[in-house]
Every structure is written in C-alpha cells, then in structure tokens.
Design a protein around this ligand. Structure first.
Ligand code: NAD
Length: 469
C-alpha cells in the first residue's frame, strides 16, 4: 500500500514504512509509508496549487462530486467494511454500518454546499453590509483509529464542501480504509491535490501538519493529552483548531425508566466497537431502587455476547491495539484491588493471539474511581439516590462530550438535559449521531463542532464587505 498524495500514490520521501496489524490475530496485514515533514510539505504544495481551483467549482458541481463519492463508497461497502474490520477489529456488521454512514456523510455535505453563505443587512447612513463566508484555504485533518472512516468523512466532507483543500493524517493503526476512501473521492471527481493523505506517526507526520504555517485550520480527534500537545504546537502559526477529545459519558437510569430498554441501551452502547467510542455510555448511573435488578439483567445480556474475530459472527471484536488493552486491564484491576467496585463479570484478557478483553461488568462503583475515561469494554454501574446526585456525579469529571437520561417523566428529562454539562444530551437514546446533529464537547472534551450547520463556522471565515449608499 502506498501513500496517497496528489493522486500519484508515491512513497514517502523517507522511504521507510510502518506496519499495520490485524488486532484479532496480531499479524501484519500491510505497511504504509512513514510520512515525515517533507511529505507533509509536498502535500501542502499540492493542496496550494489545487485550492483555488476547487474553491472555484460551483456549488452544484461540488455537490455532484460528493454525491458520486457517496455512491462509490456504497458500491464498495462490503470490501471497505472487510478492510476496516481487518485493521480496526470491529465486527463486520458495525464496520459496514460505519462505511454506509460515511457514504451518508458525503451525501449530507453534498446537500449543504448551497447553505454555505453569510449574512446581509442595510445599514442606514452607511450602506449595504454583506458578510460572505470564505474558505480557509488548506485544512488539516487528524483522524484516530476508533472510527476512522466516519471521522475522516466528517472532516474531509466539511472541508471540501466549504471549498478548502485538505491534508489528512490517519491513525498509524488504522490508515488503510482512509486511504481507499480518499482514492474513491478522487475517482468521484475531487481534483488532484484538493485531497491528500499523509500516513505516518503522530509525533512526526501529525506534528508536521499541526506546525505547517500554510495549513490554516486543523481538526483533531483523539485523546486529551494529544489535544493539549496539538494546541501548543499550533500556537506559533495562529491557526484555527477544532478539538474533538475524549468523553466520559454518564448514562442515567431514573427509577421510572423502562428498565429493559435501559439495560439493552446500556449494553449496546457500552460494548459497541469494543467500548472504544468517544461517546460510549462510559458511566452507568442507576437509581438505587432498581440498581440490583439492572445489574442482574445487564449480566444476563453481557454473558450472551460472543467475542471473537470481527470477520466471524460475533457481537464484539478485540481492542484495536495491545497498549489499549493494557490500559483497560490496569484500570479494571485497580478498581477491584482498591475495592472501589465489585467485579460481576469478565475482568480478564483472553489468552492467545489478538487484543481480546472480556466484556466486563462492575457494580457498586465509586464515582471517583471512574473519573478518567475507560476506553474499552467495561461497564461500571454507579448507584444514586436522587436526580440531583445523579447530575452531580455526571458533572464530576473534567469531560463534557455526551450524556443520556432514561426516564418516562418529561420533567426529569428536561431537568437532566438542562443541568448536565456536555455537548449533547440524549433522552431514552445514546450515541445517536446523524450528521444533522452538531457534535463536539465542552471542558476537556475540546471545542468547536463537526456536522450540523455549525461546520460552516469551523471551515470558513467571514469577510465583511460594505457597499456605500
Ligand atoms: P491519539 O490522540 O493517540 O491519536 C489521534 C491521532 O492523533 C492519530 O492520528 C495520531 O497519530 C495523531 N497524533 C498523535 N500524536 C500527535 C501529535 N503530537 N501531533 C499531531 N498528531 C498526533 O488518540 P487515539 O488513541 O487514536 O484515539 C482515542 C482517543 O480519541 C480517545 O480518548 C477518544 O475518546 C478520543 N476520541 C474523541 C472523539 C470525539 O469526537 N470527541 C472521537 C473519537 C475518539
């Protein structure tokens, strides 16, 4: 596999490569170029020559190209989903949902090209005020491994719809699906140089994207620690940042909730993608009056989850990489050893090849024990006595990405929605993120928004023109 740069598919200037592993088997499935600062500079040069041309393409033609990209992705959905499972680990069914979701993202952005517009007013004594939205020029997109296809879609779709050229840096552990998606976008008609992918490590290729002065905006999705490093490295060039960082979502089950629906929702959302989603239901807060029944039902559902290679008929695959599995295992071991929670099910690595970890249920967990995000298949259940206490626990971490409240009472729902500090609150749902919903966080979860209509403010800048009367 080669780096995709300006459509030429050439190798990294350094000539060195990085291996890509199958998380279910531990074997190397491919290699990608270990891109460096020279490769990023070459991608930026290609973007510089293409950006004015792409910005000048009519909204209708941009829209047609993005729709064609969606169609090509749909045509190749099975192959792309197999590739995604093989490099990322998720079950094929989830991978296919992500690929079809990515196609829909490009279709959504195709539908939005005509909405990228500013504001106008008559200012008496002064004239006609026009505020137009201009593309930023070249945007950087730094993508993590957990949902590589759809997060690539959010960033590249928004940047292209707004008339920018893009330089993408995928994760070193899941770059292959992004490379193929970029090829399909080019086949759909995105001109050479308007979309570039530079593979490589975060410390080298990612850092070069962030430091490059000609890249005027970086949208970064990843961990809080890397988000801080990105923010510091970006400062000298004064570029704009969109930071989508971690989350530690509360999933609150009120006494009057439909308990079976809440249990099914918690199990589905906590173990989806092996628990590796920024807005997974990471802390399950249950009213003390129904917590025993909740734990009993959750255990029965978790026992039935089939874990294995995502290309087989399974409910959950491996974690993406060995470091991630070690981090999850040590978080669970600490909670159990320090008696901050009781192990009800799971809690161990699976012997043999692959990064498998058993789906794990912990009850009676102290809120402080899970103030840091556990990015894996672990469901900590925290009992609470009153809604006020539940909201206090929900807000007791530095994160603020998502949360949900499960209740039949509209007042309970509205109170929680109003008082929980996070970018999104769901009622009787969790982790539903169609592109119409603006997505992003507050606090340590970052700032800026992807999708919705809000992407326009991230990927364009206003220019005011006053025409004197
Ligand atoms: P990570 O921060 O290690 O890496 C993310 C990306 O940043 C990768 O492409 C990596 O190569 C690159 N990178 C690493 N160091 C860099 C540097 N110094 N400069 C520039 N780029 C650098 O995160 P990860 O482990 O891939 O992803 C997991 C984390 O992402 C979790 O914390 C999760 O909650 C978060 N996440 C957040 C969202 C969201 O939308 N808020 C979505 C998905 C994942």
């Amino acid at each position: 596999m080669q780096m995709f740069l300006d459509g030429s598919g050439r190798d990294s200037l350094s000539g060195s490569t990085l291996p890509v592993y199958n998380p279910a088997t531990g074997t190397v499935i491919d290699t990608v170029p270990a891109g460096n600062a020279d490769d990023v500079a070459a991608a930026v040069a290609a973007a510089e020559t293409a950006r004015t041309k792409w910005a000048g393409v009519s909204q209708a033609d941009k829209s047609r190209i993005l729709i064609a990209a969606g169609a090509l992705i749909r045509e190749e959905a099975n192959t792309l989903a197999t590739l995604l499972t093989t490099e990322q680990g998720k079950p094929f069914r989830e991978a296919k949902d992500e690929i079809l979701g990515t196609a829909h993202i490009f279709e959504y952005y195709a539908s939005m090209t005509g909405s990228i517009r500013g504001d106008a007013a008559v200012l008496p004594k002064y004239g006609y005020m026009n505020v137009v939205r201009k593309p930023l020029g070249i945007c950087g997109a730094i993508v993590p491994w957990n949902m590589p296809a759809i997060i690539f879609g959010w960033k590249a779709g928004a940047a292209l719809a707004c008339g920018n050229a893009v330089v993408v840096k995928p994760s070193e552990t899941a770059p292959l699906t992004v490379l193929r998606l970029a090829e399909l976008l080019t086949a759909a008609g995105v001109p050479g140089g308007a979309l570039n992918v530079v593979t490589g490590s975060g410390a080298v290729a990612g850092n070069a994207v962030v430091r490059n002065a000609d890249i005027r905006h970086v949208s970064f999705t990843g961990s809080v620690a890397t988000g801080r490093a990105v923010s510091l490295a970006a400062a000298p060039t004064l570029k704009k940042l969109t930071l989508e960082l971690g989350g530690n979502d509360a999933f609150i089950v009120a006494a009057d909730a439909d308990l079976d629906a809440a249990v099914a929702g918690a199990v589905r959302n906590r173990f989806y993608n092996c628990g590796q989603v920024c807005t997974s239901a990471k802390r399950i807060l249950v009213d003390a009056g129904c917590v025993d029944e909740f734990v009993r039902k959750a255990k029965a559902a978790i026992e039935k989850l089939v874990v294995g290679n995502g290309l087989e008929k399974v409910n959950m695959g491996p974690l993406n990489n060995p470091g991630q599995r070690d981090a999850v295992a040590s978080a669970v071991d600490r909670i159990v050893q320090e008696e901050c929670g009781r192990l009800i099910f799971g809690g161990k690595k699976q012997e043999g090849p692959g990064n498998f970890y058993a789906p794990t249920l912990l009850s009676d967990v102290s809120p402080d024990a899970v103030s840091e995000e556990i990015f894996g298949p672990v469901m900590p259940v925290i009992p609470f006595a009153t809604l006020d206490e539940a909201v206090e626990i929900a807000n007791s971490t530095p994160y603020g990405l998502g949360a949900s409240i499960w209740t039949k009472n509209i007042t309970t729902a509205c109170t929680a929605a109003e008082q929980i500090r996070s970018g999104v609150v769901w009622v009787n749902r969790h982790l539903i993120l169609p592109p119409e919903i603006p997505f992003g966080g507050t606090g340590n979860s970052g700032y800026g928004r992807e999708n919705g209509r809000e992407f326009i403010y991230e990927y364009t800048e206003p220019k005011s023109i006053l025409i004197g009367l």
